[in-house]
Design a protein around this ligand. Structure first.
Ligand code: PGA
Length: 248
């Protein structure tokens, strides 16, 4: 279902003490008009699960596609389900770049999440060189087509997409609202071509990449932007509050 979402990607940050403080602060966010999803590291899932305001959702940052077995250091979708995790980020550019994750491997993760009732937040986005070559639309389109080619419209009903231009992540260089809207519209058209009109109309597409208190409202105001995936700014309570309140 198409809904407004602000998801916090805490990445490899915080400890029990600093996470507790931030979670207590999050409880002061009232009447959010969007769904707020908090994605902490695995070690903080339990803390977040017990401390999260009841109207917020818990997310994870990674999953291994296998159901169980000899995969030292990995966590399965059923383990996440056991922790009441509702969302999981997949395809993040940091995992593509530092852990060599391919579209095919990301598709396996998505399959496993969906079969455990967890909503994948699928990240896609082009690097700076591709943007400068003006190939950004075809780059993102092929990430989506390669990943979802074996899925049906029924399979992908709950999937959320996050458009995250790599050149904007953690750099302070945000896409303009027009650049975000252009890509989000393109993603919706690709989704329509692959899965039909209803699936495209129902798809939530989030923007991520240096989304901050001072630019969130103008990005979220675009017709095809349904919220944001927030990294650095989600670690600062005051900043994150403004972003959540900008999403309506
Ligand atoms: P950023 O990260 O907001 O710090 O740019 C976003 C993300 O990587 O999800």
């Amino acid at each position: 279902m198409r809904k407004k979402i602000v998801a916090a990607n805490w990445k490899m940050n915080l400890n029990q003490s600093t996470a507790n403080t931030l979670l207590e602060g999050l409880a002061t966010i009232e009447n959010a008009a969007c769904e707020v999803v908090i994605c902490p590291s695995f070690t903080l899932l339990s803390t977040a699960q017990s401390k999260l305001p009841s109207n917020f959702s818990l997310g994870a940052q990674n999953v291994h596609p296998a159901p169980e077995g000899a995969f030292t250091g990995e966590v399965s979708a059923s383990m996440l389900k056991d922790m009441k995790v509702k969302y999981c980020i997949v395809g993040h550019s940091e995992r593509r770049e530092y852990f060599a994750e391919t579209d095919a491997f990301i598709a396996e993760k998505i399959k496993s999440l969906l079969s455990n009732g967890i909503t994948p937040i699928f990240c896609c986005g082009e690097n700076l060189q591709i943007r400068q070559n003006n190939s950004h639309q075809s780059c993102v389109e092929s990430q989506i087509r390669n990943t979802f080619s074996l899925f049906t419209a029924k399979d992908i009903e709950s999937v959320v997409i996050a458009y995250e231009p790599v050149w904007a992540i953690g750099t302070g260089m945000t896409a303009s609202p027009e650049q975000a809207e252009e890509m989000h519209l393109h993603i919706r058209q690709v989704w329509k071509d692959m899965f039909g009109e209803t699936a495209a109309a129902q798809l939530s597409i989030l923007y991520g990449g240096s989304c901050k208190a001072d630019n969130a409202a103008s990005i979220f105001a675009m017709p095809n932007v349904d919220g944001g995936l927030i990294g650095g700014a989600s670690l600062k309570l005051d900043e994150f509050k403004v972003i959540v309140n900008a999403c309506k």
